[in-house]
Design a protein around this ligand. Structure first.
Ligand SMILES: Nc1ncnc2c1ncn2[C@@H]1O[C@H](COP(=O)(O)OP(=O)(O)OP(=O)(O)O)[C@@H](O)[C@H]1O
Ligand SMILES: [Mg+2]
Length: 283
């Protein structure tokens, strides 16, 4: 990962504070700003010149129909895919995220449904996987147990019977909670969740949504991918909509209503005016 000092990032605001191409200038420099991100796989252009701002202390919902490019965009940020073109600015400085290690070094954690945890290990072992604490060359089990327990308690995850139970015995919501707690324990600044509630029941979904709100209250930037507009309207501060690889709308939640989000997701535009007319993003 290269951090190139001394280069000012472009802002989306024109002189005089007017917005360029309908993209509103955010109040402050976002934690992560993407500009002109493109990615293709063979003949498939998965992302075209995508711009996205992820501010700290806010939940940004990334919406879009199947195949819109949400997971590819997430993987570009997570260092799994390298974009063909485009720029990323972290806390205002240009960065290149080429590997998952680059992403975690910046403080970026990604939570994937079902893929995040090792089933045969217990909660503490999962939270320290790859970063075990050593105490004179022995694993500092008590320290790790205390840190894992404190983090879960701090997030008010109270339904887990024992932090020494194997992750295979947890419910889907509890697994999500452990994956999120792991992100918090490692001082992440940005947590991305790809469909965190897709397979969950009502109570488990509630727990994960509460956790997402707590992450934002801790000052983290959160990006959530969800097809469930009830969840989106409950937790998001901002909505960004991808349509066939293009960012077609991006604004604060008050600029949208459910129908306009559906319109943007399915057609790439919305004819709705007044409340519900979101800012159409540059292509
Ligand atoms: N590794 C890959 N190789 C080739 N094509 C890919 C690859 N990953 C994604 N694509 C293509 O890129 C496009 C965007 O896929 P992506 O997985 O980002 O969609 P998505 O918005 O996450 O959809 P869903 O809601 O179904 O998860 C699709 O056309 C997909 O087929
Ligand atoms: Mg996806």
């Amino acid at each position: 990962m290269d951090v190139m000092p001394g280069q000012a990032p472009p802002t989306s605001s024109a002189p005089g504070g007017a917005s360029v191409a309908g993209m509103k200038a955010p109040d402050a420099e976002p934690l992560l700003r993407l500009r002109g991100i493109s990615k293709h796989f063979g003949a498939v252009q998965a992302l075209y010149e995508v711009g996205l701002d992820l501010p700290s202390g806010q939940v940004t919902a990334l919406c879009g129909d199947n195949g819109a490019g949400k997971s590819v965009l997430t993987k570009c940020i997570a260092g799994i895919h390298e974009p063909d073109h485009g720029e990323m600015f972290w806390e205002g400085r240009p960065v290149h995220i080429r590997t998952p290690n680059d992403a975690s070094a910046l403080g970026i954690e990604t939570v994937y449904q079902d893929l995040a945890l090792a089933d045969n290990l217990d909660i503490v072992q999962n939270m320290f996987l790859g970063r075990e604490r050593l105490n004179r060359a022995l694993l500092a089990e008590d320290d790790m147990e205390r840190a894992a327990g404190d983090t879960l308690a701090g997030l008010r995850v109270t339904t887990v019977r024992s932090i020494r139970q194997p992750v295979a015995t947890l419910s889907g919501g509890q697994r999500q909670a452990v994956a999120v707690a792991k992100a918090v324990m490692w001082n992440s600044k940005l947590v991305m969740l790809d469909e965190p509630t897709a397979a969950l029941g009502v109570a488990q979904t509630r727990m994960v949504l509460d956790l997402i709100i707590r992450l934002k209250d801790h000052g983290l930037a959160v990006m959530v991918i969800s097809h469930n507009l009830n969840d989106v309207f409950e937790v998001a501060d901002r909505i960004a909509v991808l349509h066939l690889g293009r960012m077609v709308a991006q604004d604060t939640i008050s600029a949208f209503d459910r129908q306009s989000v559906v319109d943007f997701m399915t057609t790439g535009g919305s004819s709705r005016t007044g409340r519900g007319s979101a800012t159409e993003a540059e292509g």
